[in-house]
Design a protein around this ligand. Sequence first.
Ligand code: LLP
Length: 378
Amino acid sequence: MLSADLLQTAAERFGTPLYVYDSAELDAALARVQTAFAGARIFYAMKANPNLHLLRRLAAAGVGFECVSPGELARAEHLGVPGGRLLVNGPAKSDGEYAAGARLGATFIVDRAEEVGLLPPGSRALVRVNPALAISTHDHLATGSKASKFGVTLEQAPAVLDALRAAGHEALGLHVHIGSAIRDAHDFTAAFERLAELRAATGNVQVLDVGGGWGLDADLHGIAHEARAAAERFGAELWVEPGRYLVANAGTLLTRVVGTKRTGRNFCLVDAGMTELIRPMMYGAAHPVTPLWEGDQTDVWDIAGPACESGDLLARDVTLPTPERGGLLAIAEAGAYGAAMSSNYLSRSRPAEVLWDGRDWQVIRRCEAPQHIWQAEL
Ligand code: LLP
């Protein structure tokens, strides 16, 4: 994380709540992935953080993008990303997404057999397989479990590959993404083992895309080793789709203390909440919280936001020196699915985003004004 001095300066200059990013950390995360997965093609899962400035930086480093909405495809098109570096994914793609993918020359990830007939003629495609395993993450983040809506079954996959070929598409190979924020790296090994059962039916394929989902403290080299072995079993080129791992540590949410109250619990009330960072409320995610003030007296506090919802908590049971109005809190690991999932609920303006490039701050997204939020209603 950036130094406390830098964070203080940013908060004074741009106001709070504020998303701050460290370009060095983004570059370092990419370098770690490039080293561990040397030889693999990297498609950044744009949903984690679609800010154009971050995308541009990744694109310049040769990274491609996995897109799951018309808006994400529009971002890639705006940046002029070549089709060979684009994946069009999603369980319920719209006609517009098929058309945009075809126009851009992207590769489609087929999520169900019916899609074979919906793809534009002569499409390049991967078939997403759901290995139906227990995945060590929050239920909402498990995509490779039997109950999840994603992918085709192992039994269905060979027939979908055949159907793609019969329909004149280019069946590149297989795709497996078992979930996000996965705690136990063995889940990947188990998924790759299940996939290997397909080899007899599918024969070799050109591409094996193993998705993303790596937890922040994951053994990247271990996962890469298993992924490479899995690809080799199919004689395939390895593709990966990291989201969180690339951007989470680069981002910090800065929020100021508005006040405190001691009722049933100790509440430290701050100017950011569920509208800026919904992950604690939605997945029970624990983001590290660092106070940028000092004091001898410490106590245990819940960090509560300004929304009129009891669940609007950024963290529970955090030990802090006594908070005072105006004190700054840094919420770490917020670069992934932070700003990306922020909302205008309560007509709250989404916060500014600024990037530290080693020398200065660059505003990479202006803070919205209330008029921006209601503009489309006029
Ligand atoms: N590939 C596919 C097909 C995906 O669906 C995802 C994420 C990724 C790659 C990237 O996964 P990552 O490396 O970021 O774990 N909003 C949730 C995360 C949802 C992830 C959805 N799919 C959160 O805040 O934790």
